[in-house]
Structures are given as structure tokens and as C-alpha cells.
Design a binder for this molecule. Sequence first.
Ligand code: IMP
Ligand code: MG
Length: 194
Amino acid sequence: MFPEVDRVLVSEAQIRERVGELASEIARDLRAELDAQGQTLQDEDQIVFIPIMTGAMIFVADLVRQMPVKLSLDLVTVSSYPGETVTSKGAHLASDLPENLAGKHVVVLDDILDSGRTLALIKRVVSERKPASLRIAVLLDKKTNRAEAVEADYVGFEIPDEFVVGYGLDYNGYYRNHPEIAVLRPDAIPARDG
Ligand code: IMP
Ligand code: MG
């Protein structure tokens, strides 16, 4: 789709299959948890999905459409990669957190877990709201770069320590609409970066 793409790490077909599996796993676990409380996946006011914008938008759109679950979506925005950069500069909350999370089953979604700063921050602030449960699902996990100790409960794919774009992930705001997970040609990423 873009000439700047060098290599594909995860194809569209692989993503489609794995997102379907994740939807089933998350629904199964939520069902078990609600069951224990005498509730069902169709009951109101129980389940809140929190996608972290902007990277999680395509992942969440595909995921929730495969889940027969009565859920509400509450977006948060975390900023960590301003402009032309491929390394984490620290995470900060750039929007309000949903107010009414107390007693709810919360699933936080992100495109990728890298340094862990983003999800550590979200986990901390969501926990303060006293949810009944808190789960983290990510499409990608780069295991190598943790600056903060945080793990996801659901991982689509583990990938090596390479900067990737597509399926929601950007470089300098672009390539989010590339349909697969790909690595850009080195000359597409300015050398001053890193
Ligand atoms: P962390 O805070 O370092 O764990 O990074 C998480 C955020 O950084 C993700 O939500 C992404 O938006 C962004 N990010 C991390 N690695 C990549 C990458 O390889 N490509 C594009 N964005 C990335
Ligand atoms: Mg992000």
C-alpha cells in the first residue's frame, strides 16, 4: 500500500485470525467472572472497554464487532511519541479518564506494549477508580524494552524490537491505515531520530 514499507511482520490474515481468538478469550473470561456474580454478558452497566487513542482505534473496532457483549466504549488519549520519533519520551494522559469505573469490569486496549510507560500509567489511574476487575489487551508486545514492569493479560503477537507501523500504529501520524504490521525502509525514518 505504501512504497516506504520494507517488510511485513504480521499479515492481514494473521491479524484477522488472532483478533477473533482474542475476542473469544476476553468474552469467555468476562463471562466466567460475571457468572460468578450471578450476571451475564448482556447485563447493562458492567463492562467498559477503554481503548487508548489513537493507536488502538483499528484494533478495538475489529475486536468489539466480534464480541456479543453489552459494553460501553470510553476512549482515553495518552501521548508518548510527539512527532518524528521512534523512541518513548514518557507517557502523559492527554484526556480525562472515564468517571464511573467503580465496580465495573474494565478492559484496557492498546496497539502495542513497548516501554510499558503508557499501560503502567493507565493501570495506575484506572485502579484508583476501584473497578471490579481490570484486564489489559494489546495487539503487539515488544518484550525487550520495558522501562516499567507491566504485562498484558491478552497479547496478539510478540514482535522483535523493531519500530512498526500499520493497523493503527503510526510513524509521525502516518501509516495507521496500512492494513498489516510492517517495518518502514530505513530511509523513510530520518537519521536524526533515535
Ligand atoms: P510504551 O509506553 O513505550 O509501552 O509505548 C506504547 C505506545 O507507544 C503505544 O501506544 C504506541 O502508540 C507507541 N509505540 C510503541 N512502539 C511503537 C512502534 O513500534 N510503532 C508505533 N508506535 C509505537
Ligand atoms: Mg499509543
